[in-house]
Design a protein around this ligand. Structure first.
Ligand code: PAZ
Length: 325
């Protein structure tokens, strides 16, 4: 078999796997409503922005996907992702003038909430003369900032928050966002910071009811989740600026794997990070080389997402310019 035929064969296999993933996944509960919200958001943000330039829209994915073990799910496999990266990055994209579709795992970090206490509702307010409630003095600045910045972004129609839980929901939603976003051509960014499960139990082979412990030790085979990055790039939104993330715990293989992903999925950038240092530094891997990006408290840059998004915005501008030549 020559190389051309072999590549064609591999591509056909991936497409079959992807097709079978989508056709066997449980359909989204509210898919019509979901599509309407996304289409409306993209239409509104595809007209020229206030400064006369073209509007830019980014889809930020955030948090981890779950893998259910039963159809009437009692147990599931999860991962560590807190959603901090996606939430903080969303704030910086909004600040840079982007409209943001925030596709996030239910219950994980939200934009503008990082300085709120962990249990915001109960901790932030206090009863004064019953039945009156007021914001506690010590939280008042953080609460005011969170409420007003979030409100401004939502009311101006610049932030659309869409929650997912399972791998099935996440991938269906990503596809339903990506296809209409392709209308934005090079002005669209995919910033894929979600920690997406690599393995799953296909719906048709999943137990319907709670798995019984009386049957003894559990043996379960997990299938590989088909890699959607190649179809995102090739079919769903071919002109968009695509940034994927690579997380490893072994620093020796991190950059090599990020480089492989860059080429294999034709990404514009891969952000490489290690589990333990992910809040301190990341390395941006591009076809021109590697750029380390660090949090620098001394320079007043208190998180790594600030310089990371600055760099992405610069590179995205260059991508738009070169696509318009
Ligand atoms: O969500 P978080 O702030 O706790 O962590 C961010 C991250 C490590 C999940 C993200 O930077 C990342 O690398 N996402 C992709 C992970 C992967 O599937 O390789």
């Amino acid at each position: 078999m020559d190389l051309g035929n072999k590549l064609e064969g591999t591509r056909a296999t991936i497409e079959t796997e992807i097709e079978s993933f989508f056709s066997s996944a449980p359909p989204l509960n509210n898919s019509l409503d979901f599509s309407e919200q996304v289409d409306k958001f993209i239409r509104r943000n595809s007209v020229a922005s206030g400064n006369g330039g073209p509007s830019r829209v980014v889809c930020v994915t955030s948090g981890g996907t779950t893998v259910p073990l039963e159809q009437r799910c009692v147990r599931y496999i999860d991962n560590f992702s807190s959603g901090h990266r996606g939430a903080a990055s969303t704030e910086y994209f909004l600040k840079a003038g982007y409209a943001v579709i925030f596709l996030y795992r239910r219950g994980t970090c939200q934009p503008y909430c990082s300085s709120l206490p962990d249990d915001p509702l109960l901790e932030c307010f206090e009863l004064t003369d019953e039945p009156n409630i007021q914001v506690r003095q010590e939280h008042s600045e953080a609460v005011k900032r969170a409420i007003s910045e979030n409100h401004a972004a939502v009311v101006e129609g610049l932030l659309l928050k869409l929650p997912f839980t399972t791998i099935f929901e996440y991938l269906q939603m990503l596809r339903m966002i990506a296809i209409p976003m392709s209308n934005l051509g090079p002005n669209a960014i995919f910033y894929l910071a979600a920690a997406v499960s690599d393995f799953y139990v296909p719906w048709q082979s999943m137990a319907e009811h709670k798995i019984q412990s009386a049957s003894g030790p559990l043996n379960m085979q997990l299938a590989q989740v088909p890699k959607m990055l190649s179809v995102l790039r090739r079919d769903w939104a071919p002109m968009a600026f695509c940034i994927s993330f690579k997380l490893e715990t072994d620093s020796k293989i991190l950059l090599e794997k990020a480089g492989v992903a860059l080429k294999k999925y034709k990404m514009n950038m891969v952000v490489a990070n290690e589990l333990s240092s992910r809040k301190e530094e990341v390395v941006i891997v591009t076809s021109d080389g590697q750029i380390p990006v660090r949090r620098n408290k001394a320079a007043g840059v208190d998180d790594v997402e600030n310089p990371l998004i600055q760099l992405i915005v610069e590179r995205h501008s260059a991508h738009i310019e070169s696509s318009n030549l």
